[in-house]
Design a protein around this ligand. Structure first.
Ligand code: ZN
Length: 289
């Protein structure tokens, strides 16, 4: 099955494909090993910053080498991409999917730019999946002390089913990322608990024809994830939790052995910690025991 079929299949089974970001080879192994232990398909993602660090082409070659050597359904997505030029770059590099992120733009301009990104991408590779976003949920993959300015928290600010329908129809996107109470990053502010609006997900699911993607998953309670997936989310993005685990693993390695200088020894601790988190999330998203 190709990525589109895998996501549609997940939607029908009411499970979700995990999307995990990486910024080095250790991170990619963590994602791949976690998925392989559970035998579930997985999407590895690289933001603009992450893929500049790994190498735009090299990220694709690494994922492809795993896919081909192990005959395994692992795919590569160009996460949050802010210009049509950068969309074109990843399509030419052979990525399986790309997200054009116009969420900060006014509605009409977001539609117009996303449509342009879809047309440009499909003219190079008709099979690439293009994801669009409407509804602002912040842009950070950090641990934050407060909710970022402009993030839709009130029901009236979240993506409306009517606008979602119009957005999907006019842009021609393959996947849609709404704002339904989700926030990029982990918020640790006192008396703030990130929660999803499950009925809004159900309404958007009924209104649009394409699979729905949940961004900003880090920090949500387990029950919210599963309720969101039952309501129609077919792919869930996790990044911040993985970064935190990776970094904690390496810090602990140096606590245990401050004189260690072999990167493969201390990086292993980061990889293993990241792998545990990815595995826990994949179990949850695939409703595995
Ligand atoms: Zn995201």
């Amino acid at each position: 099955m190709n990525l589109q079929e895998i996501i549609k299949d997940a939607q029908e089974k009411k499970i979700a494909i995990g999307h995990f970001n990486f910024s080095n080879l250790e991170g990619l192994w963590a994602i791949f090993n976690a998925a392989r232990e559970l035998n579930v398909p997985v999407i590895a993602g690289v933001s603009e910053g992450e893929r500049d660090f790994v190498g735009v082409q090299e990220a694709m070659m690494l994922v492809k080498s795993l896919r081909e050597r192990f005959s395994y359904p692992i795919f590569l997505n160009a996460d949050h991409t802010y210009s049509v030029e950068r969309v074109e770059e990843v399509v030419r590099a052979g990525y399986d999917a790309v997200i054009f992120d116009g969420a900060k733009l006014p509605f009409a301009e977001n539609i117009q730019k996303t449509k342009e990104a879809v047309e440009r991408a499909k003219s190079i590779n008709p099979d690439i999946l293009v994801e669009g976003e409407f509804g602002y949920i912040g842009t950070s993959s950090k641990i934050l002390k407060e909710v970022p300015e402009g993030v839709a928290l009130g029901e009236e600010d979240m993506t409306s089913p009517t606008q979602a329908e119009q957005f999907v129809r006019e842009t021609g996107i393959d996947l849609f990322a709404p704002s339904v109470g989700n926030i990029h990053g982990i918020i640790v502010a006192e008396s703030f608990v990130e929660r999803l609006n499950i009925s809004r997900i159900e309404e958007i699911r009924k209104a649009v024809s394409v699979p729905l993607v949940l961004h900003g998953g880090s920090g949500l309670p387990d029950s919210d994830f599963q309720n969101a997936i039952r309501a129609g989310i077919a792919c869930v993005h996790i990044n911040t939790e993985l970064r935190a685990a990776f970094t904690k693993g390496i810090k602990e390695a140096f606590n245990k052995n401050p004189d260690e200088i072999a990167p493969y020894k201390y990086m292993k601790e980061g990889r293993d910690a990241m792998q545990e988190v990815a595995k826990k999330r994949l179990k949850l998203f695939n409703f595995l025991p």
